[in-house]
Design a protein. Structure first.
Length: 274
């Protein structure tokens, strides 16, 4: 199976080269241990993520996926190597990047709308300037009628959609998603994958999506970064040449199966698709 980078594909097609929104070179991260030693979570990662791309990072638990996301969000400093966001060194959290975690982390005493507007309030921006945007985003994800409800009145999938809107209301260029559907049941997770692709197709944000599911990574992505077990390094980066828009029927195609067969031995993975 031959895999071509997004940049190479665009040049070969005669299009303008894609713009790298994220560029990592020699990225490594170690943590000190209780004694005098250390644990290496990430080792010598080189990759780029292009503007408007949907890229998934897939790997076993403990391979450094979440550490990578927190580093790209500016929440953790790299031990070695460099990370650039939009051509500039990343030295801390940036308003150009927003994070969606596995847990929605909605404040129970705030309405859905007020939860969505929390980062605007936190940044000291004019709430009135963003309120209509928040309502429009809630409508886009089917939650406008729940704007004045409280988190306990929402299902798990609805809470995660609210969390996604909270990230989007800041209008970031980069959306970092850390296994956001991992706690959902299988059917809700499939529906949320469809919903996420619909939202992404409308917003055209650059997305880095962390998952341990091979099928989820293939289904969602333009490219998939496969990581080795700890210390996490890059086993392969593959381009997913599947037509868009996608629905769940694509999982049953031979081409989808070939991508699964290519990725599974890289991750030494066993078990089901999701």
């Amino acid at each position: 199976m031959k895999h071509v980078s997004a940049t190479a594909a665009s040049i070969r097609a005669g299009a303008e080269p894609a713009v790298a929104l994220i560029r990592a070179r020699g990225l490594s991260k170690t943590y000190p241990t209780a004694g005098s030693g250390e644990v290496t979570a990430l080792k010598n990662l080189d990759f780029e993520i292009f503007d408007g791309e949907f890229v998934s990072v897939v790997g076993q638990s403990g391979c450094g996926k979440s550490t990578l996301l927190k580093t790209l969000a500016g929440l953790l400093p790299a031990t070695a190597g460099t990370v650039e966001l939009n051509g500039r060194p990343l030295c801390g959290p940036s308003p150009q990047a927003a994070v969606v975690f596995q847990s929605p982390v909605l404040l129970p005493w705030r309405t859905v709308l007020d939860n969505v507007l929390l980062p605007i309030e936190f940044r000291g921006l004019a709430m009135s300037s963003y309120r209509q945007t928040a309502v429009e985003l809630l409508e886009m994800v089917g939650l406008r009628d729940f704007a004045q409800r409280y988190p306990f009145e929402l299902s798990g999938g609805m809470q995660q959609r609210a969390s996604l809107v909270r990230a989007l209301v800041q209008d970031p260029r980069l959306l970092l998603m850390d296994e956001p559907f991992g706690a959902l049941d299988a059917m809700t997770r499939e529906l949320m994958n469809i919903e996420l692709l619909r939202i992404w197709s409308r917003s055209r944000k650059t997305v880095l999506f962390i998952t341990h599911s091979i099928a989820e990574a293939i289904f969602l992505s333009d490219r998939v970064i496969a990581m080795t077990a700890r210390p996490g390094s890059i086993a392969d980066i593959i381009t997913i040449d599947l037509p868009r828009p996608r629905d769940l029927s694509i999982i049953n195609t031979d081409r989808f199966g070939r991508y699964v067969a290519h990725l599974r031995p890289l991750l030494d993975a066993q078990g089901g698709m999701f």
